[in-house]
Design a protein around this ligand. Structure first.
Ligand SMILES: [Zn+2]
Length: 158
């Protein structure tokens, strides 16, 4: 995981990094060359839909952020957001056996992933940290459709 262009890459999965972050931060060099005491946290995830599916452990074809059903993905509306505490509770059922774990994960449309990297990150709410896929959702989804519609409308008038 990259934490920013002006900062060195920090392995957010490394428990030593997370312990240092919790206890007093780590020293990082900024783009200006100055050293700073930093407390890096996993605050946002920017990726396309297939990457969002992998990170959120949701099933392909479902929303990585909310509980909308597959059939309603193209409709507008406000849907209940995925609960991070519910996801953590379900991930803790792994000790009950693989069948129970898979069944519990299915109740929130989650793949049964053994200890995803975000499970023990401090100050993290994975489902809120997923940013919109601007290229595919806005540009290729909305703007291309709008341009095609405008061209069709323009040609039908002339
Ligand atoms: Zn959604």
């Amino acid at each position: 995981m990259h934490c920013g262009q002006s900062l060195p890459c920090i392995d957010v999965q490394d428990p030593r990094t997370n312990n240092k972050t919790r206890q007093g931060g780590i020293e990082l060099t900024g783009g200006d060359g100055a050293m700073h005491r930093c407390h890096p946290i996993f605050a946002s995830f920017v990726g396309n839909y297939p990457e969002q599916v992998l990170v959120s452990c949701c099933k392909s074809g479902t929303c990585p952020k909310c509980h909308i059903s597959k059939d309603n993905l193209s409709t507008l509306g406000v849907y209940k957001q995925q609960s991070f505490t519910d996801a953590l509770d379900i991930l803790s059922t792994i000790d009950h056996g693989p069948f129970e774990f898979a069944t519990a994960c299915a109740t929130i449309n989650m793949q049964p992933v053994h200890h995803p990297f975000w499970q023990e990150l401090p100050y993290t709410h994975l489902f809120q940290s997923i940013m919109p896929d601007v290229l595919h959702q806005l540009y290729q989804g909305m703007v291309k459709h709008l341009i095609k519609w405008l061209k069709t409308s323009w040609h039908s008038r002339n």
